[in-house]
Each structure stands twice: as structure tokens, then as C-alpha cells.
Write a protein that binds this ligand. Structure first.
Ligand code: NDP
Length: 310
């Protein structure tokens, strides 16, 4: 009997209480799956940062912590966690992010606002957009989500480039890395998409200096994490018009406080951390797959590199 503790929210529990046992059974695993068991009995913990667990030290027999979230910045530095930590990589999460990013890129590319918000009923014959091949999109972060976006955007026809820590070769996508690579990527991004994890290296990576490297009137999408952007620098760049618009899904403080300047800024669209979500049907299978791997002695999938912070 494999013991799996569910350490998510009440709402998560309603969704996963059936799906995870079914997925475990489908993998041939006989498991006790519960929200409540003596800490020393727990072998696997299904974890959400919104759930109840902060101190992992009572869980002395943990084989792995399996996060329901892709971003692990709230847990990766927790000194009480010594067991392997796996993040969520889920087909539904990838698809949702690619849809959100593509939709908002198309809004910018097609200049939709000029037609949707047209209070003076202007007949603007000269407003036809260029073809997607003429629009350069840069993605910071070419991991699971960045690559999913790059593939969908490339499929539409955009000229897509991306930047990552390690060198990559991806069909149809120009790949950059390192300090020089960042500058080159920024200089050719009419639309910049932030899909980096929040780590000590990526915090405030978008600041006055890097904003100035973007072409004039560039647009920014941030579905990554709020602290990637130095907010006061972005606000200045928006006020000056150097950045034409930003669509922000994530913030240093969430929910975004009611008096935050982003809410009222005419060049900012705020979405409430909904760019993508873990989809329970597929995520339950990912959890079960990793429990199965742990039980058969195989390496866990999607293991977090604790030193790199993601
Ligand atoms: P991955 O770990 O798969 O990818 C991260 C990418 O960032 C990798 O390409 C990595 O490089 C790159 N990277 C990390 N650090 C650096 C650095 N210092 N310099 C250059 N590149 C760097 O993560 P995912 O794609 O799964 O997720 C990305 C983020 O999206 C999550 O961390 C989370 O914050 C956010 N997210 C937001 C959601 C939302 O609804 N808004 C939903 C889910 C996730 P390399 O490939 O070389 O390792």
C-alpha cells in the first residue's frame, strides 16, 4: 500500500479526490490517498502552495513532493524540504498557456483595440495589419510553456525567437542564450513574452536597462511571474510611450491591490493570474506517473533543480 497525502486546497480536493485514485489504479498502484494521515506515514505528497503544508520536517519518510503548480518559487527554498521536488508539467497547462499568449499576441498584431474601441466611429482604411511573418515575437524562457507558445505562434506564421539559460535548437525558432543573447533577443522583439520562472537570477530582469533594449513601441505580455518586472521601470516606459502596451497576468502582490497604478493605466491590461491552469484530468495522470516511477525505482520526471531554483 502506497501512502499519498493530498496537501492542496479544499477546492482542489473536491476535484482530485476521485481523479488521482483513478489514475493511480490505472497505473496498477494500490494506494491510500487522503488529506489526513500521520506525517511519518506519508510517502508522496501532492502539494499546492495554497494548501496547508509549510513545514516538511515531520514528513520523515517522504519519497517525493509532487507539486500541482508549474512555478515552484514558493517552495524551492524551503529548508525543511529535503525530499525530491517535482513540478507540474501538464499537457492542459501547456495548451492553455499557448492559447492565452497567442490570443493576446493576435490582439496586438491585428490592432484589435482600434476597432473594438472606436468611439468616434472612424473608418480607418489604412489600418490593415501586416502579415504575421513581419511581426517578431521574443519569448524569455524556452521551457515547457515557452516552447508550447513558440510552436503555436510559429504555426500562425510569426517570426519567433526565444531565450533560455542553456543553448537550444528548436525547428523554426531562433534560440538565444546568455547576456549577449538577451540583448539580441530584446532588440528584435516587437512583442515580448515573459515565461521565465521566478529565481534570484530572473527577478527584475525587465528593468529600465532591458526595456530600453526593446524596439520603440514594443508590447509586453507577462504570464510568467510578477517579480520578473521592475514595476516602476515598466510604468515609466509605458508613460513615455517607449512601451506601447503591456498585458500582465501575474504580479508581485496578488490579488493586485485595488490602488495599484496598473489597474487604471490606459496602456495596461490586467488579467487575474488566469493565463493557464493545471488541468485536473491530465495532471492527475502526471501525478500517478511519477508515483509509479518512484515505486519502480525510476527517476522522477520534472524534477526541480534546487540550486537553479526551478
Ligand atoms: P520551465 O522550467 O520548463 O522553463 C523555464 C525556462 O526559463 C527554461 O527555458 C529555462 O532555461 C529558462 N530560464 C530559467 N532561468 C533562466 C535564466 N536565468 N536565464 C535564462 N533563461 C532562464 O518552466 P515552464 O515553462 O513550465 O514554466 C515557466 C513559468 O511559467 C513558471 O515558472 C511559472 O512561473 C509560470 N506559470 C504561469 C502560469 C500562469 O497562469 N500565469 C501558469 C503556469 C506557470 P533552460 O531551458 O536552459 O533551463
Amino acid at each position: 500500500m502506497t501512502r499519498v497525502l493530498f496537501a492542496g486546497t479544499d477546492q482542489n480536493w473536491q476535484t482530485y479526490r476521485r481523479l488521482i485514485p483513478e489514475a493511480l489504479k490505472a497505473r496498477g498502484i494500490t494506494a491510500e490517498f487522503s488529506r489526513d494521515m500521520p506525517p511519518e506515514d506519508v510517502e508522496y505528497m501532492v502539494y499546492s502552495p495554497m494548501g496547508p503544508v509549510r513545514d516538511f520536517s515531520p514528513y520523515t519518510n517522504l519519497k517525493a513532493v509532487l507539486s500541482l503548480w508549474a512555478g515552484v518559487e514558493k517552495i524551492v527554498g524551503n529548508p525543511s524540504l529535503t525530499a525530491p521536488l517535482c513540478r507540474m508539467v501538464d499537457e492542459g497547462l501547456r495548451q492553455g498557456m499557448a492559447e492565452w499568449v497567442s490570443g493576446h499576441c493576435l490582439r496586438y498584431h491585428l490592432g484589435m483595440d482600434a476597432h473594438i474601441l472606436n468611439p468616434d466611429h472612424l473608418w480607418q482604411e489604412d489600418s490593415a495589419p501586416p502579415l504575421a511573418q513581419k511581426r517578431r515575437i521574443g519569448i524569455l524562457g524556452l521551457g515547457e510553456l515557452g516552447q508550447a507558445c513558440a510552436e503555436m505562434l510559429g504555426g500562425i506564421g510569426f517570426e519567433v525567437a526565444g531565450w533560455s539559460r542553456s543553448a537550444k535548437e528548436l525547428a523554426g525558432i531562433r534560440c538565444f542564450q546568455g547576456e549577449d543573447g538577451l540583448e539580441s533577443l530584446l532588440a528584435r522583439s516587437d512583442i515580448l513574452v515573459l515565461l521565465l520562472p521566478q529565481t534570484s537570477e530572473t527577478t527584475h530582469i525587465i528593468n529600465a536597462k532591458t526595456l530600453a533594449m526593446l524596439p520603440a513601441r514594443a508590447r509586453i505580455l507577462n504570464p510568467g511571474r510578477g517579480p520578473l518586472i521592475k514595476d516602476e521601470d515598466l510604468l515609466l516606459a509605458l508613460d513615455s510611450g517607449h512601451i506601447a502596451h503591456a498585458t500582465l497576468d501575474v504580479f508581485a502582490r496578488e490579488p493586485l491591490p485595488a490602488d495599484h497604478p496598473y489597474w487604471a493605466h490606459p496602456r495596461v491590461t490586467v488579467t487575474p493570474h488566469i493565463a493557464s491552469q493545471t488541468r485536473p484530468e491530465t495532471a492527475a495522470k502526471v501525478i500517478a506517473q511519477n508515483v509509479a516511477r518512484g515505486e519502480s525505482g525510476e527517476a522522477f520526471l520534472y524534477l526541480v533543480d534546487r540550486r537553479a531554483g526551478y
